[in-house]
Design a protein around this ligand. Structure first.
Ligand code: AMP
Length: 303
């Protein structure tokens, strides 16, 4: 089977210098699943409230995301409100309402317990662990988190990190989690917490992948029009895990290719608000950007 993901499915309200949207489709689980669905089967575990519209579920189904693990509970859907300045690298969170996630008790459908690729998208680390404990023998477990949980649930987060292979996290949050300002040293501290690979998302500066014996750096794809960076991190993770799950290779070369596919997916999602760019995206466009990405970083053998 493909990837099992637990994460938020949300209504996002977002303001950037280029516009403003209210209560649009968002959530770490939503962005991740949509992105990964271009490469692999995806099974989503999450909860929404009774206020969640059918057409959003229909969109996920149209991307072949399996919703057997998505519960609808009495109450309101998770809501997040954020704002970006001209430096689009970091969101300022204005409001987080957990709503139905507060009482969420995830129970995996039987078909999900044999998942071999697991992604614990940004959500309460206690929920991440509850889901992971129900999976029998995963081959690769990756995890994301954010300042909200590093500050609010540090002990629970450290417990979850014991059980993951890869942590995918923002640059600022890497420093915050490690309590160390130097990025490379911070990475070393985090590698002691459990993960054997750290993937640091650095916004428009790209991605750094660090393990005990290797270091890989990829730029972000340079874009002329970035409208809304919301979901870039989750979309990156979706392309990264989706590529690995699709090819089923876990060697260093595959990890590096996966970083590039993740970066490409993120470069598309920021071109419009919410998931709107993903609604029209074709696989040929991903392949075309992959070719351009290769040229962007090639420096040997050009004559
Ligand atoms: P990013 O990829 O980091 O831009 O993630 C943005 C998404 O994360 C938004 O769609 C939000 O709905 C979601 N989000 C923000 N805060 C939280 C949180 N504390 N827990 C779970 N999801 C969140």
């Amino acid at each position: 089977m493909g990837i099992l993901v637990v994460g938020s499915v949300a209504f996002d309200s977002v303001e950037t210098p280029f516009g403003k949207v209210k209560e649009v489709l968002g959530g770490s689980g939503t962005f991740f699943s949509t992105s990964a669905s271009f490469f692999s089967e995806v099974n989503l575990v999450a909860v929404v409230g009774e206020d969640f519209p059918q057409d959003h579920l229909q969109f996920l189904r149209s991307r072949n995301v399996d919703l057997g693990g998505l519960q609808t509970s009495p109450g309101r859907t998770f809501r997040w409100e954020g704002r970006y300045g001209y430096d689009l690298n970091e969101a300022e969170t204005l409001d987080t309402q957990l709503n139905v996630f507060e009482a969420f008790d995830p129970r995996l459908p039987m078909e999900y317990v044999d998942a071999d690729f697991v992604f614990l998208a940004n959500i309460d680390p206690e929920l991440q662990l509850k889901v992971l404990k129900q999976v029998r023998r995963p081959r690769l477990v990756a995890c994301d988190t954010m300042n909200f949980w590093i500050e609010g649930k540090r002990a629970q987060l450290l417990e979850t990190l014991h059980h993951v292979d890869i942590l995918v996290i923002n640059e600022g949050e890497t420093r915050q989690l490690a309590q160390e300002p130097n990025l490379v040293r911070a990475a070393r501290v985090i590698l002691e917490m459990g993960p054997r690979i750290l993937v640091v998302k650095r916004g428009e500066y790209g991605v750094l992948m660090i393990s005990e014996h290797s270091l890989f750096s990829a730029p972000a794809y340079p874009l002329e029009s970035v409208y809304d960076p919301t979901g870039a991190g989750d979309t990156f993770a979706g392309g990264f895990m989706g590529y690995l799950s699709g090819t089923r290779n876990l060697d260093e070369g595959s990890f590096r290719q996966a970083i590039i596919f993740g970066s490409i997916m993120a470069s598309f999602v920021v071109e419009d608000f919410s998931l709107d760019r993903m609604r029209t995206l074709e696989f040929e466009e991903i392949e075309e950007r992959f070719r351009r990405f290769k040229l962007l970083t090639e420096f040997q053998g050009l004559g």
